[in-house]
Design a protein around this ligand. Structure first.
Ligand SMILES: Cc1cc2nc3c(=O)[nH]c(=O)nc-3n(C[C@H](O)[C@H](O)[C@H](O)COP(=O)(O)OP(=O)(O)OC[C@H]3O[C@@H](n4cnc5c(N)ncnc54)[C@H](O)[C@@H]3O)c2cc1C
Length: 173
């Protein structure tokens, strides 16, 4: 699992994931539909629209073709089937693969693919105008040492540079 969505989720859920020792199930709603019924309607619409076409050649959903083929195979759905040939069981499987596709997570990726460390010195213990510790005057904190998780995309660098600048400038003046 990678990409912007999973990066954000792993940042927002960092503490929960740590508690679970990175062993958990993840359910993916590929079409961003709010209900199972809405996905069922989309599948039914595809059946009426593409009846005679093979499901492997007709991906009516907003997911990449390679992912579509992968999901069909993951759920043991014969990709040679035509839309009109889907029985009730296969239709249910298709709704499941699009709506609550399940994966077992068993750990993090290797070190260095993590962008920012969750946790650190609490911001409430730091004077934000000077970055000086409120608990131990004379010590200044910046960057990763602070409990800032700026979500990937540049905010962590900005936080490190800004807090480093403030701490460096004010601690030396
Ligand atoms: C793979 C990856 C991709 C990233 N991509 C982005 C991104 O796209 N955008 C973004 O905003 N942020 C990104 N980050 C996060 C960003 O790099 C960090 O938040 C930022 O560099 C933190 O700066 P820092 O100076 O606080 O800490 P660091 O850059 O970690 O600097 C700490 C320094 O202290 C040194 N050090 C450690 N212990 C000691 C010791 N005992 N004595 C002396 N020196 C020591 C280390 O060697 C290191 O040089 C990424 C991080 C990683 C790992």
């Amino acid at each position: 699992m990678s990409g912007p969505a999973i990066l954000k989720l792993s940042a927002w859920g960092a503490r929960v994931l740590e508690e679970k020792n990175y062993q958990f199930k993840i359910l993916v709603n590929w079409l961003n539909q709010k209900s199972e019924e809405a996905v069922r309607v989309l599948v039914q619409t595809a059946i009426s629209e593409f009846g005679g076409k093979m499901i492997k050649n007709t991906n009516p959903f907003e997911i990449p073709n390679r992912l579509w083929i992968f999901l069909l195979s993951k759920y043991d759905i014969n990709e040679e089937l035509r839309w009109s040939e889907l029985g009730k069981k296969v239709k249910n499987k298709m709704v499941q693969l699009l709506y609550i596709d399940e994966y077992e997570v068993s750990g993090k990726t290797t070190f260095k693919e993590e962008f920012v460390t969750c946790g650190g010195v609490s911001l409430s213990d730091v004077n934000i105008r000077t970055m000086e510790s409120k608990i131990c005057p004379g010590i200044y904190f910046s960057g990763e040492l602070l409990d800032i998780d700026g979500i990937t995309g540049g905010f962590n660098f900005q936080a490190a540079w800004t807090t480093g600048f403030i701490a460096g400038k004010l601690s030396s003046s």
